[in-house]
Design a protein around this ligand. Structure first.
Ligand code: C5P
Length: 286
């Protein structure tokens, strides 16, 4: 008989993102503090269907086959655990905006890893799951672990930081999207003017000082994307005018987020952004 496992798949934002250099394998060494936020997909994994593997999603633009990171994660897990689930059906209810830098596909993959690990009685530690996730994508290790984490290497070297005090975010996803590999290539040709100060960010997180955290938000991709898409400046100017403590682009974009001082400030900012941007969310740290 089949069994259905349910797991939340939470979006991430990059509080900091630095690109340190290109590696011989073509990837880049990164340094990034990532944070789980409460925008989530719901992932169901049905094990033992007795049928060929399937993947379905309520959004048509999401791949519904073996190219989906959630499917790849299931393959990697079953191989590592030496288990045959005897048929698998993955179902994703998608709420995380795609092409946003919010790690939506990686979040689903992380959720599948956690669900299967639970189903088989926790054969792997969460850090072993994260290591497995690196075979699926650079953001999957973080998504398998979650919380507030300093990510290094390609994204697979993780160091857990203290949880943030409850922090409110407004996330705005503009219409345009950015190709991540192309953006890395652009950055290779660009002199980086401003990099995050990880010592200061870590100190702010250890102190639980939201104002100081907001003052240290920095993403080296942001000026490169803004050069082509000046509307990011418009979004950030609204965030600034309506009381945000700090704001930044997440990952390779195109979503921009603000840290807001209260739900009331967040609600007003959402209303102002909604005039031009249908994809606006209020979220909290998880
Ligand atoms: O690993 P993932 O599939 O998420 O990466 C997407 C693309 O982003 C890679 O093909 C690569 O071009 C770029 N990338 C990189 N260095 C990283 C992560 C991603 O160059 N650390």
């Amino acid at each position: 008989m089949s069994q259905t496992l349910r797991e939340g798949a939470f979006a991430k934002i990059n509080l900091t993102l630095d690109v340190l250099g290109k590696r011989p394998d073509g990837y880049h060494d990164l340094q990034s503090v990532m944070q789980t936020i409460s925008i989530r997909d719901d992932v169901e994994v049905e094990v033992g269907t007795g049928q060929p593997w399937t993947l379905s999603c309520d959004r048509e633009d999401v791949p519904q086959d073996g190219t989906n990171l959630a499917w790849k994660a299931a393959q990697v897990f079953c191989q590592a655990a030496k288990r045959d689930p005897e048929g698998l059906a993955i179902r994703i209810a998608k709420r995380i905006p795609t092409q946003a830098g919010l790690g939506g596909g990686s979040a689903d993959a992380g959720a599948v890893l956690r669900a299967l690990n639970r189903h088989y009685g926790y054969p792997f530690s969460v850090y072993a799951l994260a290591e497995m996730g690196a075979e699926v994508g650079s953001d999957v290790p973080f998504c398998a672990l979650g919380g507030t984490v300093l990510c290094q290497g390609r994204g697979e070297r993780l160091r857990k930081l203290p949880d943030l005090p409850e922090t409110l975010f407004v996330v705005c996803k503009p219409e345009f999207s950015v190709s991540t590999p192309a953006l890395y290539r652009r950055l290779d040709e660009t002199a980086i003017a401003q990099r995050p100060d990880h010592t200061a960010m870590e100190a702010a997180i250890v102190q639980g000082d939201i104002g100081a955290i907001a003052g240290q938000l920095c993403n080296v991709f942001e000026p490169v994307v803004t050069a082509d898409h000046l509307e990011l400046n418009y979004i950030k100017s609204l965030m600034n005018s309506y009381g945000a403590l700090g704001f930044a682009m997440t990952g390779s974009g195109s979503a921009v987020y603000a840290i807001v001082p209260s739900f009331e400030y967040g609600a007003v900012l959402c209303t102002m952004l909604k005039d031009n941007y249908p994809q606006v969310f209020i979220a909290k740290s998880v």
